[in-house]
Design a protein around this ligand. Structure first.
Ligand SMILES: [Fe+2]
Length: 345
């Protein structure tokens, strides 16, 4: 297991880089925009391939590195389904798994600090975002924060994990790096309360100033979707309705880039092929399934994914690989569903 805890001293943010092996896939949790060069350098130094960049919630104190990492490494951006962000490649909910090669994290919905706060559990450790901090808890006074919800998330979810579970938060301002659930139960001053009402009273009287960057960070973090104008301008983009009109055409093949769990949860365009985005390079390269399909049979490839981001990146990559007919469904399955497109499970 490769595990790195990285620190942004300006915002006091911890960022985590995880992979199962050298030479394998990696994911990064809560990257900071100003540190993206360092992350990319470290990924290269450790001989990793960054495939997912994840935020635990929409941050108010720093600008996320998700968009920049996606643009520079073509990784998949991931946030929770409740996050008020324009576009991410993949959205997760309680009970889902966040996976890369050799690693699977359980997704826990832990609202309270914000209404889009998620924690990620990886065997002996949990990434708690700003829900549970070391000897503290995330403030609940903005971004639809709610101390009642936070009490529930902490006492009825996180503190029910085994005592020895390591706690890795998104922030620390005092130089602490890691704690455990058992330690926090005993020594976290915010958790030494007798009732939810006592906790709410405590949280409602913190009187903290707003984060310095809040007015900049929140709007920036709400608009991180991939710029797709160029893809559309080149005629490589189909609306869901235009794509529906092509369904059944003998020379058109729909290609689903999502992961198996997303397909099972949200359904599949009938008759489509499955080629997960993480394997795209193999499929569109010389001798690959999609390369052969397009070039030897003359089929037109129409990529789709969850929200249109992976498919937009796939179109560009396929065009670069010589598959001139490649297009994608703008807005992905989300747009397809809203246009009442047929789905099978
Ligand atoms: Fe936060």
């Amino acid at each position: 297991m490769i595990f790195r805890q990285l620190f942004d001293s300006t915002s006091g943010t911890y960022t985590y880089l995880i992979a199962s092996r050298h030479g394998g896939e990696a994911l990064i949790i809560d990257p900071v925009l100003d540190r993206v060069d360092r992350y990319i350098q470290l990924v290269r130094e450790l001989d990793l391939r960054l495939v997912k960049a994840v935020d635990t919630h929409l941050h108010a104190d720093h600008i996320t590195g998700l968009g920049a990492l996606r643009d520079r490494t073509h990784c998949v951006t991931v946030m929770g389904e409740r996050s008020n962000v324009d576009v991410v490649s993949m959205r997760l909910a309680e009970g889902d798994k966040l996976t890369i090669e050799g690693v699977a994290l359980d997704v826990l919905y832990t609202p309270g600090h914000t209404d889009d706060s998620y924690s990620f559990l990886m065997q002996d450790r949990v990434f708690t975002g700003d829900t549970l901090l070391i000897r503290g808890t995330g403030r609940t006074d903005f971004q639809n924060g709610n101390p009642y919800a936070q009490y529930e998330s902490i006492f009825n979810k996180l503190l029910r994990l085994p005592d020895e579970t390591m706690v890795f938060p998104a922030h620390d301002y005092k130089g602490e790096t890691v704690s455990t659930i058992g330690e926090e139960k005993l020594f976290n001053p915010r958790l030494q309360v007798k009732s939810v009402d006592e906790y709410v009273e405590l949280m409602n009287n913190l009187k903290l100033p707003n984060p310095k960057l809040m007015d900049v960070a929140v709007p920036a973090n709400m608009h991180i979707g991939l710029a797709q104008e160029e893809i559309a301008r080149r005629g490589w983009s189909l609306s869901a309705c235009e794509a529906m009109a092509l369904k059944g055409c003998a020379d058109v093949v729909f290609v689903d880039l999502r992961e198996r769990a997303e397909r099972e949860k949200h359904g599949v365009i009938p008759g489509s092929l499955h080629a997960p985005y993480c394997d795209l390079a193999t499929h569109i390269g010389s001798g690959g399934m999609l390369h052969e399909l397009a070039l030897t049979t003359g089929k037109r490839i129409v990529f789709y994914c969850a929200f249109g981001e992976r498919s937009a990146m796939a179109v560009q990559a396929a065009q670069d690989a010589g598959i001139a007919s490649a297009m994608h469904v703008a807005g992905g399955i989300d747009a397809w569903k809203r246009s009442d497109g047929p789905l099978v499970r």
